[in-house]
Design a protein around this ligand. Structure first.
Ligand SMILES: *[C@@H]1O[C@H](CO)[C@@H](O)[C@H](O)[C@H]1NC(C)=O
Ligand SMILES: *[C@@H]1O[C@H](CO)[C@@H](O)[C@H](O)[C@H]1NC(C)=O
Length: 466
């Protein structure tokens, strides 16, 4: 039932969104803890794991209820003590040949089903799709060692090898593959995609054994990719976003001086970029989020500035997921955000590292790439994201820079503004918060603009108004 509703109304909120967001540490959004609390790993039955293989529950009847449409959920066991949870939904149309979209949520250390089901599941389902949760998050379990985007990329690549080697899923080996992600996915998306491409080259050269991953599309929504380009966006957006100022001019001026000060945020991120150690990058995260990101939010919800904090929308689905856990083969309690994983990432300063070079590699390799952003999101606002895009140096950059934005129309109605350049596109979607497909604008249905965007990109087309 749920899916029927989702696919008819393109409504994402029920399954699409959960509160697994960027943690608030000692009152600071995305802060770095002085004394990281450690959460004991949840107990699970190691004897039951099957290293290098999948354990699968097929057609649980949860979520997908369309007769004859295949779904599966379970674990890819990287090792006896590292199990990655996945949830796979076959396309409702041409499931054997439809592209396969992977969805990763951000965090870091946040679980997937927030916008997860949004882009593919909730929308049209002409794509098979698989949501994957890094170890320690959601229903995944095991060693909580991962602390960088590169380590997460290696785990996900290994998971994909296991998944596509399983006889049930081997038929997808040559289908077109897409990565869709958001938020911290501004790091994950480029890093995972670049790692997949590098592994493909190594496999072709005979230096790595494995399956080629047929990556054709990368989609990044409201993402953190290039902090040096993006942090000034907080100062601009807090003062002059399309809706209302978030804080007083005094607060903005103070944040601005934290940006420009001699050992301020700009200097610290620059030091991180220039071969900075983990502690340099971690200190930059702490300083910039304490002095810029957090104070400039004012009383507003950082994910949707039309609401004050905390915005009850989109609703939390934790209790729903707990209620279906055993049916879908989950072995541990659902964890929206894992503090251990977040703290590992905060300790390496991964947040403040620059993923733009990986994004450039992926774009230049011909992977169709879209960056999108909801204009009501503060935490990864369009001012910052557009500055990041403007700074990219790819084979499509000059074409991109020559253009003005065009209005994006959906069913004749204005929904945003965009540019296409080669196989790269950018779009700002009006009225949308952080989880772009969960919002509506004007007379359009919830997620309708995001659905049109998703379908065009998955069909390997540039964005075009309808
Ligand atoms: C920040 O400070 C710089 C230099 O003092 C100034 O040029 C800029 O306009 C300020 N930005 C904002 C948003 O206030
Ligand atoms: C996608 O379109 C581009 C540009 O038209 C083309 O070069 C590329 O081969 C297409 N990719 C696929 C998977 O069809």
């Amino acid at each position: 039932m749920l899916l029927h509703r989702l696919s008819v109304f393109i409504a994402i909120p029920i399954l699409g969104v959960i509160g697994g967001r960027i943690p608030v540490i000692d009152g600071v959004i995305g802060g770095v803890s002085e004394s990281p609390d450690t959460v004991e790993p949840q107990l699970f039955d190691i004897a039951a794991t099957t290293p290098g293989k999948l354990r699968v529950v097929e057609n649980s009847g949860v979520c997908e209820t369309t007769p004859g449409v295949y779904q599966a959920s379970g674990y890819g066991d990287l090792t006896a003590t590292q199990s990655i949870w996945f949830w796979f939904f076959a396309s409702r149309k041409n499931p054997d040949t439809a592209p396969l979209a992977l969805w990763f949520n951000g965090g870091p250390g946040s679980s997937t089903p927030r916008s997860q089901l949004t882009l593919s599941l909730g929308i049209t389902r002409q794509t098979s799709y698989i949501s994957i949760q890094p170890v320690g998050v959601g229903f995944s379990h095991g060693d909580l060692k991962v602390g960088t985007s590169q380590q997460a990329a290696a785990d996900v690549w290994t998971f994909m090898q296991i998944f596509l080697s399983d006889p049930r899923f081997a038929k997808y080996q040559t289908n077109n593959l897409a990565i869709w992600t958001e938020s911290y996915g501004g790091h994950y998306g480029p890093t995972f995609a670049a790692h997949f491409l590098a592994q493909n080259s190594a496999i072709a050269a005979g230096t790595v054994q494995g399956l080629n991953l047929n990556l054709k599309v990368l989609g990044i929504g409201d993402g953190l990719t290039d902090p040096l380009a993006q942090y000034p966006g907080y100062i601009i957006y807090a003062g002059t976003n399309p809706y209302h100022p978030l804080v007083s001019g005094t607060v903005i001026a103070h944040a601005n001086s934290s940006w420009t000060a001699s050992n301020g945020c700009r200097t610290q991120i620059t030091a991180c970029y220039n071969g900075g150690s983990n502690s340099v990058c971690s200190a930059a995260q702490s300083y910039c989020n304490n002095n810029i990101l957090s104070p400039l939010a004012g009383i507003y919800d950082v994910y949707y500035v039309l609401a004050t904090n905390p915005d009850p929308y989109p609703p939390d689905i934790t209790s729903y997921l707990k209620s279906v856990a055993s049916k879908i083969g989950a072995e541990v309690t659902w964890q929206i955000t894992n503090r251990n994983v977040y703290n590992n990432f905060a300790a390496t300063g991964d947040w403040m590292r620059n993923s733009a070079p990986d994004l450039e590699t992926v774009i230049n390799a011909g992977v169709r790439t879209i960056v999108f952003d909801g204009d009501a999101d503060y935490i990864l606002n369009f001012n910052g994201v557009e500055a990041m895009v403007d700074k990219l140096n790819t084979k499509f950059t000059s074409l991109y820079q020559q253009q003005a934005f065009a209005t994006y129309k959906v069913a004749g109605q204005t929904a945003g503004q965009f540019k296409n350049a080669g196989t790269f596109s950018y779009i700002r979607i009006y009225g949308a918060g952080h989880e772009v497909p969960a919002y509506k604008f004007g007379n359009l249905a919830t997620g309708q603009a995001a659905a049109q965007m998703f379908n065009q990109i998955m069909a390997n087309q540039s964005l075009v108004s309808t």
